[in-house]
Unconditional design. Structure first.
Length: 390
């Protein structure tokens, strides 16, 4: 419960009564809820919209229907569902409008379904309908270690783009490489523009920017003529000032993303395509850490610091009692994490002899650029991590 706007440390676990489901509403017993950066902004009252306190944080969840308020909602007790809302997900039970829920397809775990509600849907709609990413495009993803950024890496690759991932640490870039990023740039090691110019001499077709701040302008300058720059948020906390003459001189398009701006026919198409990607396993959310609900606000603090890639999770339900359910036990082997906030590192892959030789050769050269090679796919194809010396 957030009783006063401020830092995430102020969030506490409390008992409160959830009203019965009314007409058009559905009650859901929550199994899994995901932490997103906008949750931190809502708690701090720094988001685009403000929520009056007190409120229960949490914007996406998965679970099982335990109450139907009125016939005709399209759901029955026992159905597995996932949903999104501005708040309320970090609870053992939620009551929401039936229109905000979607059935979880067979073969899709609750963890996967809940994660797709915010980050993957944001990334896919923005890439598909706003950025119009096509096979063969060069795509730059800023903030590639965050939820939307890492989702954009995965989905950009699925759409056939060659992805350049930009993030704030080699650890985050290692994860991006595991999901198909072809070029990796640590922007904390030097100026971003020279690194992008070196990797993309002919420029990029699309930039997806969930970060803002000082990274936006150099990324925009890296677009080729006719390129598209898509802004989806300002996780850095700084709204950039872009010189408009760049838009004119380079002939590029600068666009913002909002769900309500996607045409209805494209929205339905995108939702179908994304569900197929998730159901088939071609795309799967990366889970950075799992927490039990009773150790709040720790998940929010971890998300706010930005030291881990992508999602943090809270397992609710019987986790309040400090015990592990059968459902939680089933999740753990899939994610290689535990409920005591153990870091989920990227699945290790044995480096090929070629990659090891290339790594040794690169490290032996005295240059201003350090290239680390790894084989994230097991196919012998290297991924490069570039750190530009200051």
């Amino acid at each position: 419960m957030c009783r006063a706007h401020g830092p995430p440390e102020g969030v506490r676990v409390e008992d409160h009564t959830v009203a019965p489901a009314g007409p058009g509403q559905v009650g859901v017993r929550v199994s899994t809820a995901a932490v997103n950066f906008p949750d931190i902004l809502l708690i701090a009252d720094d988001y685009q919209v403000s929520i009056d306190t007190p409120f229960v944080p949490g914007s996406e969840f998965a679970g099982v229907v335990d109450e139907v308020g009125f016939p005709g909602t399209g759901f029955d007790v026992g159905d597995r569902v996932t949903g999104t809302a501005m708040h309320g997900a970090f609870a053992q039970r939620v009551v929401v409008d039936a229109a905000s829920l979607s059935p979880i397809p067979d073969g899709v775990a609750d963890v996967t379904a809940a994660a797709a509600g915010v980050a993957h849907r944001t990334a896919y709609h923005s890439l598909r309908s706003v950025g119009r990413v096509r096979s063969g495009d060069e795509l730059i993803v800023l903030g590639a270690g965050g939820g939307v950024g890492l989702a954009a890496v995965q989905l950009g690759v699925a759409l056939g783009a060659t992805v350049t991932a930009v993030a704030s640490s080699v650890e985050k870039l290692d994860v991006a490489a595991c999901y198909g990023a072809a070029r990796l740039i640590d922007h904390t090691a030097g100026e971003l523009r020279p690194a992008l110019r070196r990797h993309l001499a002919k420029g990029a077709d699309v930039v997806l920017d969930p970060v803002g701040g000082i990274l936006s302008e150099p990324a925009l300058r890296s677009l080729r003529r006719g390129g598209r720059f898509v802004t989806v948020g300002f996780a850095s906390g700084v709204i950039p000032c872009i010189p408009l003459n760049l838009i004119l001189l380079k002939g590029v398009q600068l666009m913002g993303f909002q769900f309500q701006d996607v045409p209805s026919d494209e929205f339905a198409r995108n939702e179908r395509e994304l569900q197929e990607l998730l159901t088939s396993g071609r795309v799967k959310p990366h889970v950075g850490q799992i927490f039990s609900l009773d150790i709040l606000p720790r998940p929010f603090v971890t998300c706010a610091t930005g030291t881990r890639s992508a999602k943090c999770w809270s397992i609710s339900g019987d986790q309040l009692a400090g015990t592990r359910s059968a459902a939680t036990d089933a999740i753990m082997p899939q994610l290689n994490v535990s409920t005591d906030a153990t870091l989920c590192s990227a699945t290790p892959h044995a480096a090929s002899a070629w990659a090891l030789k290339a790594r040794a050769a690169a490290l032996s050269r005295c240059t201003t650029e350090s290239t680390l090679l790894s084989n994230s796919t097991g196919s012998g194809c290297p991924q490069s991590v570039t750190s530009v010396a200051p």
